[in-house]
Write a protein that binds this ligand. Structure first.
Ligand code: 0GY
Length: 310
């Protein structure tokens, strides 16, 4: 076990000074998947964590939001903070209503605690099934949590890898609230985007009209590596056909976010400006981009404001 002051070996610092995207984000765009980490001295990392990140504060996140041209953030609880949502809540409170949150809960959470989280801006709970990040939770615990959040209109964010979908599919489809899938269920992008594995994922999205998908994390999924600055700020090309299929088939149920500060990347740390430039490659029309970046996340996280929010 590492201490708060020893980072996991191989961990890279987040990319300071990202470029300004060539693609100009539409007014009201939401970064619908990002994190805050610590600072560890104020918000200690969880004893059960599988990695220790570098600190990544709310001030740094809000500065990135403004630099890239986003209006709002959805801050997702990461496993290194376990079920202690304090750092995320602190960021929500400091955001002046410009951030919503996704929490991690224990099954014994009380209704009063959920109500307080809702008032602070939490709108979802995350179930993480990625084995390198968490020990498996009993499905009954997850069912209990889903039932407790249902009256608040929250959704469940699920993070799993493509190989685990067949075993999880039935359980996930039985969860009685909307689902949001992180990072397209982590497809193996060396496989055919029209092949059986990704088709099984699309079939999962087709199974219920309230399953949403984050078409995020080309920097995690790529095997070709980061884009070369070849004059057109090239996208993560091997990931594009996967994300584009999802955007085109489910234009009203897709979300996008940076995943800043990119936990657990050891190969390369992405330039968030270049990540934003991935978006026009996967959402090729202004209408698709408006839905992906503005309408869909606003409907899910700020439904009271609808499209009048600017
Ligand atoms: C992500 C991805 C990762 C980490 C976590 O909660 C987490 O620690 O989700 C990952 O390592 O793939 O979206 O933050």
């Amino acid at each position: 076990m590492t201490t708060d002051f020893e980072r996991t070996p191989g961990w890279l610092d987040w990319y300071a000074g990202p470029s300004r995207p060539a693609y100009r984000l539409p007014e009201g765009a939401v970064d619908a998947h990002c994190h805050v980490f610590g600072p560890g001295e104020e918000f200690p990392y969880a004893p059960e964590r599988k990695y220790t990140p570098c600190d990544a504060s709310k001030e740094q996140l809000f500065a990135l939001r403004d630099h890239l041209g986003f209006t709002r953030n959805v801050i997702v609880q990461a496993t290194c903070h376990g079920a202690d949502n304090a750092a995320m809540l602190d960021a929500l409170r400091a955001s002046g209503g410009l951030a919503r949150g996704v929490a991690t809960l224990r099954p014994d959470v009380t209704d009063a605690e959920i109500r307080a989280l809702h008032e602070a801006g939490v709108r979802g709970v995350r179930f993480n099934f990625v084995k390198r990040l968490v020990d498996a939770a009993p499905q009954q615990d997850l069912r209990d949590i889903a039932e407790k959040i249902a009256p608040y209109g929250w959704h469940v964010v699920v993070y799993f890898e493509a190989a685990d979908l067949p075993g999880l599919r039935e359980f996930l489809l039985s969860i009685p609230v909307p689902l949001v899938v992180d990072h397209m269920g982590r497809p193996d992008v060396t496989k055919d985007p029209e092949g059986p594995e990704f088709e099984a994922f699309l079939d999962f999205l087709r199974a219920r009209p309230d399953i949403w998908c984050k078409v995020t994390c080309p920097e995690r999924l790529t095997v070709d590596g980061p884009p070369a600055l070849d004059g057109e700020r090239a996208a993560y090309r091997d990931v594009v056909p996967f994300a584009r299929r999802v955007v085109e088939e489910f234009p009203d149920r897709v979300l996008w976010g940076t995943d800043w500060p990119h936990p657990n990347l050891t190969g390369h740390m992405p330039d968030d400006g270049l990540l934003v430039d991935f978006v026009p490659h996967i959402a090729p029309t202004p209408e698709l981009r408006r839905r992906l970046l503005v309408d869909n996340p606003t409907r899910l996280y700020w439904p009271e404001a609808g499209r009048t929010l600017s």
